[in-house]
Every structure is written in structure tokens, then in C-alpha cells.
Ligand binder design. Structure first.
Ligand SMILES: Cc1cc2nc3c(=O)[nH]c(=O)nc-3n(C[C@H](O)[C@H](O)[C@H](O)COP(=O)(O)OP(=O)(O)OC[C@H]3O[C@@H](n4cnc5c(N)ncnc54)[C@H](O)[C@@H]3O)c2cc1C
Length: 490
């Protein structure tokens, strides 16, 4: 018996390959591919809150439209709140079922609960956002993992990552009796977003090409180069994984097939397991989007000085590596992982500014801005998260710069006013001899600021603030409980 299925593409699965809901719908008969332009993302005020992500999303939807048409179908664009629109479409189009991928975020789970309430068993969710369904792995005592190393061990023991599903060669046409309003995909301009040409292009074909380039160019040297901010040593697949122009299973399998069993593959796949950990953690602890994982950090005496916050945002703190990160974020909607860690540590520990402000700023401008990973990254950096960096480890922006941008090229790219400063002085221009600064055309406090805060002073201030806040809690009493999860020297 032919059944009519709405395949609801929801912005985290914008591909035809490895798409379980689509494959399932195909086995049942008629397929109605739908994307809902929900005001939560597409109202101009909301779109402007995610300019780079929305640009990538629009590119990706457009590519999906083309892929569907190439295979004989088309994408039905509908505007409105998903919770209202989707049940309405089921009735209007006489559909038997709605299928979609599951999302991990609390607000998305609430959306799905409402839709399930309206549609009952006509609404089916599929796994695919992560390699293992979030919340699957449990400690011996049946609790969610709080330590990445143990989570990763359990993952490797348990998970069998299967082959990705193939891309359908052809799709059935949308039946004639299905009338969708003729809505055009909005452009960035229509949403009030200035298109940023530096943001990487979205869409499944671009993602597949990116994965191919990574496997060919950078993957073999991933462990050696992944921390180097001056090199293209990482995959740059984070936005693809976020918007689902590639599934994690596709990426995992491609790396296994190309390098499986090598240290390079293990190192890269470990990062995908970090991604699993962050999603699983948010699944089990949805409250993390509002507050710290470690209860001892509740009520932490963060401070806020608007000029310092503005200096961090604009990349004018006087610490070149921190400023490069802030400017890369605004410039191309991406920040190298090492630079994210340095920048987040600086905001929270040097400037004592609440990690949630930094988290929101990153979520706004990162193309790959993802609730689970961004929240985990910020809580890790601030020292208050699940398996976080201990609060007493404070990145030194000068030594971090020297170590992971040894020639200063990352700084030169994003802080061009320092481009003629020799590598020896570029991470600490305020200590450079006058002659060096003159030759490089740098005038401190005119062309580039002096540090907004002294490193040693800031370090001591954070340590004493944290110690006195945490003194009644277990963190300060037993710092060895906070085992650093990654080899990040300070
Ligand atoms: C403060 C802070 C905020 C962050 N915000 C985000 C975010 O919003 N979205 C996001 O995707 N990542 C975030 N990360 C994690 C990491 O920085 C990015 O995933 C990575 O830089 C993306 O570049 P890539 O694709 O070249 O990574 P690669 O090194 O090539 O890694 C491959 C993939 O593994 C995953 N991954 C890598 N590192 C991590 C990590 N530490 N935690 C979780 N997953 C990881 C990503 O999906 C990434 O695409 C954040 C990290 C920090 C410290």
C-alpha cells in the first residue's frame, strides 16, 4: 500500500546522502520534502542574531532544492511556526506520516513533544545528528558520564558506526494534489543580513568537496597541525556537521576508510567523540544552557566592565592572539579551536566576564555555532563545565601565541596593523624595542593598544576570586578531582 510521507528537513540534515527519514519515506511510496521557514530563525530580527549561520543555512537549503529537483522532486517551502504548520500540513495534504531527524536541544525537544502530541504515531524521529543516540552511554551506576575519557572508552566499546546510507538516485515527483504556497527562499538581503563572502559556502556538494580536500591535504598531519592557528590543519567541517550537509557517520566512515588505524585517524575521530560527548551531555542535562555544570560556580562573582567587553569583541585587548581570534570570528564566522580556547579563557579569567556573554557572542557570529558544542566549549574554558579545564589553569596568551602561532602568521592575517612586527615580538609588541616598533610602523596606543590588563595581575585576581568563591565547595578543596581532559599547556 502506498503511503504519503512528509520528510521534514529541519536545518540539521540538509543533505540527501545518509538520510534515514528520506530512505524510509521512499520505501513507503510518496515523498513530500518540506522545509519550514520558522520565524524562530527566519524572522529578520532573529536571522540577524545569527548572520553567518543563516547565510550558510540559506546556501544549504538552496543546494538541497537543486539536488531534489535533479532527482525529480522538489522542496516544499512553508512559512510559519513549526508546531502549528506541520500538523496543519498533514491534514491539508492528506499525509500519512511525518518523519524527521531528532535534535538534542531542550527547546527542540519541546517542539517535538508538541508535534508528537498533535500527530501521535504519525510523527517519527530518526537518529543521525550523532553517531550514537544521545543519552545511550551510561556509567556502571547507570548515570551519564561526566568525564570525557570514560565516555570515549565506553563509546569505542559500544559504538559500531555503520556505513552511511546511499544518496537516492531518483525521487518520486511531488503529487499534483499537494498544493504548497509559492514561497521563495529568502535571500540574506531580505533578512537584513549583509552577505559575508568570507563565510564558507554551505550546501551538500560544498561539504563533500571540503571533506575530500581535508582527506587529501590535511588529514594525515592532523595530530601535528591541529593546534597550529597559522596552518590549515583541521577539517573545517564543523558547520557541515552542524547543519547536516554531512552526517557524522559520513565523516567518520570517510576517515576510517582513508586512514583507519593510524594515529592521524584516531586523533581526528577523537574530536568527533568530543562532539558526541557534548551532545550527550546536553541531552542528559538540558539545564546547562542556563547555568554551570559545577554547582560550586553558581553565583560566581563575574564582573562586567563595558570598555573591556567592547575591547574583547572588537579585537582591541592588546593581546594579539586574543585579538586575532575576535577578529576572525567577525571576519569569517569561524575561529580556530585553539584560538577559541585562548579567547574564551581570556574573557572569563583575565577579564572576569561571565562565560555566558561570550557564549552568546560566539553563538551569534560562529557559522558552526551549536548549542551543545558552544556551551561545552565555554564552560570548559571557564572551568565550570562537565570535565572542564580546572579553574586554576589559566592560558597565558603570550606563550600560547608563541607555541601555536610560532611565526605570527595567524596574528598577521587578522591583526594587520602588526604585520611588519617580527615573529620574536609579535605576541608581545609592548615589550618590543622602540626601533622594532618604528620599523614596523606600530605606535602603541595609537595604531595598536597596550594590554587592557596585565597578565600576572589578571591571573592572580582570578585565582583569588575563584578560590574564595569556591572555598566552601569541593572544587577548591580537592583540585585533583579536576583532571585536565586534554593536553593544553597554559
Ligand atoms: C569556546 C569554544 C566554543 C566552541 N563552539 C563551538 C560551536 O559552536 N560549534 C562547534 O562545532 N564547535 C565548537 N567548539 C569546538 C571546536 O572549536 C570546533 O568544533 C572546531 O574548531 C571546528 O573546526 P574544525 O571543523 O576544523 O575541527 P576539526 O579539528 O577538524 O574537528 C572535526 C570535528 O570535530 C568536532 N569537534 C572538534 N573539536 C571539538 C570540541 N572541542 N568539542 C566538540 N566537538 C569538537 C567538530 O564537529 C569538528 O568539526 C568550541 C570550542 C570552544 C573552546
Amino acid at each position: 500500500m502506498t503511503r504519503r510521507t512528509i520528510v521534514w528537513f529541519r536545518g540539521k540534515d540538509l543533505r540527501l546522502a545518509d538520510h534515514a527519514p528520506l530512505r524510509d519515506a521512499l520505501t513507503q511510496g510518496e515523498v513530500l520534502p518540506v522545509f519550514v521557514l520558522d520565524p524562530l530563525f527566519f524572522a529578520p530580527d532573529n536571522a540577524r542574531e545569527r548572520p553567518h549561520g543563516i547565510q550558510f543555512l540559506i546556501d544549504s537549503i538552496r543546494a538541497l532544492q537543486t539536488s531534489l529537483v535533479d532527482r525529480g522532486s522538489r522542496l516544499l517551502l512553508v512559512a510559519g511556526k513549526s508546531v502549528e504548520v506541520v500538523p496543519r500540513l498533514v491534514h491539508a495534504w492528506n499525509a500519512d506520516r511525518v518523519v524527521a531527524h531528532r535534535w538534542v536541544e531542550p527547546f527542540a525537544r519541546e517542539r517535538d513533544r508538541c508535534i508528537a502530541e498533535a500527530l501521535g504515531d504519525r510523527f517519527a524521529l530518526y537518529e543521525g545528528e550523532t553517531l550514537l543516540p544521545p543519552g545511550t552511554l551510561r556509567t556502571g551506576a547507570g548515570n551519564p558520564y561526566s568525564v570525557f575519557t570514560w565516555f570515549a572508552r565506553a563509546f569505542h566499546r559500544t559504538a559500531t558506526v555503520g556505513e552511511p546510507l546511499p544518496t537516492p538516485r531518483a525521487l518520486p515527483p511531488v503529487p499534483d494534489d499537494v498544493h504548497a504556497p509559492a514561497i521563495a527562499l529568502p535571500t540574506c538581503a531580505e533578512l537584513g543580513i549583509d552577505r559575508n563572502p568570507q563565510v564558507q559556502p554551505g550546501g551538500e556538494p560544498a561539504a563533500v568537496a571540503r571533506l575530500g580536500r581535508f582527506l587529501q591535504d590535511a588529514a594525515a598531519k592532523y595530530p601535528e597541525h591541529r593546534d597550529r592557528m597559522d596552518l590549515a590543519g583541521t577539517s573545517r567541517l564543523s558547520a557541515d556537521l552542524k547543519f547536516g550537509t554531512l552526517s557524522p557517520r559520513q565523516v567518520w566512515t570517510a576517515v576510517q576508510n582513508a586512514f583507519g588505524g593510524t594515529p592521524a585517524a584516531d586523533s581526528f575521530l577523537n574530536e568527533l567523540v568530543w562532539r558526541e560527548f557534548t551532545h550527550s551531555t546536553l541531552w542528559d542535562r538540558p539545564e546547562l544552557l542556563d547555568g554551570p555544570f559545577r554547582p560550586a560556580f553558581v553565583g560566581f562573582p563575574w564582573q562586567f566592565e563595558a570598555p573591556l567587553w567592547q575591547a574583547w569583541i572588537a579585537g582591541q585587548t592588546g593581546y594579539p592572539i586574543v585579538d586575532a581570534a575576535s577578529r576572525q570570528l567577525l571576519g569569517e564566522g569561524f575561529v580556530h579551536n585553539r584560538a577559541r580556547m585562548i579567547s574564551a579563557s581570556f574573557l572569563t579569567k583575565h577579564l572576569l566576564i561571565d562565560y555566558r556573554l561570550g557564549e552568546a557572542h560566539y553563538l551569534k557570529y560562529l557559522t558552526d555555532g551549536d548549542w551543545a558544542q558552544n556551551n561545552a566549549g565555554w564552560q570548559w574554558s571557564a572551568g565550570c563545565g562537565c570535565d572542564a579545564q580546572p579553574y586554576f589553569r589559566i592560558f597565558n596568551p603570550i606563550t600560547q601565541g608563541k607555541k601555536f602561532d610560532p611565526h605570527g602568521d595567524y596574528v598577521r592575517r587578522w591583526v594587520p596593523e602588526l604585520k611588519h612586527v617580527p615573529a620574536r615580538h609579535i605576541h608581545q609588541p609592548w615589550h618590543a624595542p622602540d626601533s622594532v616598533l618604528n620599523d614596523a610602523a606600530v605606535r602603541l596606543d595609537e595604531t595598536y593598544p597596550r594590554p587592557v590588563v596585565d597578565h600576572r595581575f589578571a591571573r592572580e585576581r582570578f585565582l583569588s576570586t575563584a578560590a574564595s568563591h569556591l572555598k566552601s565547595g569541593s572544587l577548591a578543596e580537592n583540585p585533583r578531582r579536576q583532571r585536565p581532559p586534554r593536553s593544553d599547556s597554559t
